[in-house]
Design a binder for this molecule. Sequence first.
Ligand SMILES: [Zn+2]
Ligand SMILES: [Zn+2]
Length: 275
Amino acid sequence: MDFAIVSWLVFATLLGLGNTVGYHRLLTHRSFKATGWVRATFTLLGAAHSGSPVLWVGLHRYHHARSDTEDDPHSPKDGFWAGHTGWLINAKHPLPCILFALSGFGQQLMILMHDVRRLMGKNPPTWRSVCADLMKERLMRTLDTPMVMPLIFMVQVVAVWMYAGWWGILWLWALHAAMTNSSWAINSICHWPGFGEQPFDTGDDSRDVPWVAWFTNGEGFHNSHHRFPKSACHALHGGPDLSWAVIRVLIWSKLASDPWVPRSFREKLLPANNE
Ligand SMILES: [Zn+2]
Ligand SMILES: [Zn+2]
């Protein structure tokens, strides 16, 4: 049992960083540069649960360009749960949204349906149109090929089944449920006026919610992020930001470089770069 809990925590941390350091700060916002294998490693960790990097990055770039408007792919304007999971299943009533949130593997089912539609020639072009930079990379194109993501998920299912049977499936369900709901919490909790605060006037409903930052590797400082999307650090005013700590370790190890932070925070966040 101890091994199950420890291994779960290790995988949850690594896969979570694949999303926050990899998909979000490195691929979407190009907040820093990383060596080829570091970029590939974080991308693959993200791909284990977040879907194709091109799809995720495209959706997120759309979100930044249209935050809390009619064209925002995900916003809690139509209700908290609609912003959490309703946008994925085209539902506004809380019940189906909550059931989907609890399903754990629901996102993987949506990814499978998305790929089947693409194989049938119904290719949503919008996401790829804002990811021309990623489409130049063979790894990104490969991961964006229809059925590659479902294949990666099936490998996980077979692996945990062979190792621990139904307990393994339960372990994987808990992992995916935690990963997906953590990501969705940014869209719902961190855009919901009842939580946190808005240190910056960004013209949208984004919020800094420090307690969300604890289980999202620092992504809870979402208003700061909307104000400075390119910043490699999200906890500009202090607070838990594991992703920024990992980026700093990568830079210290010469595995990453050129972190961007707002000029007014540079002295505080990157003191060694101010000579
Ligand atoms: Zn947002
Ligand atoms: Zn972002």
